[in-house]
Design a protein around this ligand. Structure first.
Ligand SMILES: O=C(CO)COP(=O)(O)O
Length: 254
């Protein structure tokens, strides 16, 4: 099965519009002929400028969150249609920081995943265990529950296009990345969970990324694993040269 690897930068709450434009200027001429899908997920304020700067390039733009409703009295929120209107391709859903600080639940993750597809956006759904769950041997049970709840009610056609990011919370921003073997173990398990929820066809096509302290030095080790289809990267995606090194690492690792 040929799954196109996907490298997605998650800028979190970093970069002004000017900084985003500068980044885009460096990466926009990078051509990969479909070997890797390049995505940058930026703060809402930078999305319009990025879409403009990266138009016609191989780099796709994504948001880091959205509401699941189409419109309404939801002060401070952004709807799926507003993202489509800006030319977004992807949206990160259920990042652990949103689950922890902004009350995101498996239920809202599921509503957002459905709303993303309904609006022509591809969701990158994040799952992952915290340190306590890892140490008490509950990693797989926890991740299985998150995956099953996230994909409830999606059609097989939608599920095939889904991107799942496995991000162990203890590895995010800590410099303590999961070993490639441990990440493969959980990601292989996530693929079998998708097979249980749908079928083997869907499981073979769904792309599953690893995230958590990925950098240009360790990316190739993850890509050498059979079930790992790319990475969702925070800190190391912020500098354009580092982002391009990650992309090259994905090419070299597969
Ligand atoms: O949360 C992450 C990406 O979504 C990972 O962040 P770091 O790459 O900075 O550890």
């Amino acid at each position: 099965m040929n799954r196109t690897p996907i490298i997605a930068g998650n800028w979190k709450m970093y970069k002004t519009v000017g900084e985003a434009r500068e980044f885009a200027g460096v990466i926009r001429n990078h051509k990969l002929e479909g070997a890797v899908e390049m995505v940058v997920c930026a703060p809402f304020t930078a999305l319009s400028a990025l879409a403009e700067e990266l138009k016609g390039s191989d780099v796709k733009v994504g948001a880091q969150n959205m509401h699941y409703e189409a419109s309404g009295a939801y002060t401070g929120e952004i709807s799926p249609g507003m993202l489509t209107d800006l030319g977004m391709s992807y949206v990160i859903i259920g990042h652990s920081e949103r689950r922890e600080y902004f009350a995101e639940t498996d239920e809202t993750v599921n509503k957002k995943a459905k709303a993303a597809f309904a609006n022509g956006l591809l969701p990158i759904v994040c799952v992952g265990e915290n340190l306590e769950q890892r140490e008490s041997g509950q990693t797989k049970e926890n991740v299985r529950e998150q995956v099953i709840r996230a994909v409830e009610g999606l059609s097989s056609e939608q599920a095939k296009q889904l991107v799942i990011a496995y991000e162990p919370i203890w590895a995010i921003g800590t410099g303590k990345s999961s070993s490639a073997e441990d990440a493969q173990d959980v990601i292989g398990f996530i693929r079998s969970t998708v097979e249980d929820a749908f079928d083997s066809q869907v499981a073979m096509q769904v792309r599953i990324q690893y995230g958590g302290s990925v950098n240009p030095q360790n990316i190739a080790s993850y890509m050498g694993q059979p079930d790992i289809d790319g990475a969702l990267v925070g800190g190391a995606s912020l500098a354009a040269d580092s982002y391009l090194q990650l992309v090259q690492g994905v090419v070299g690792g597969k």
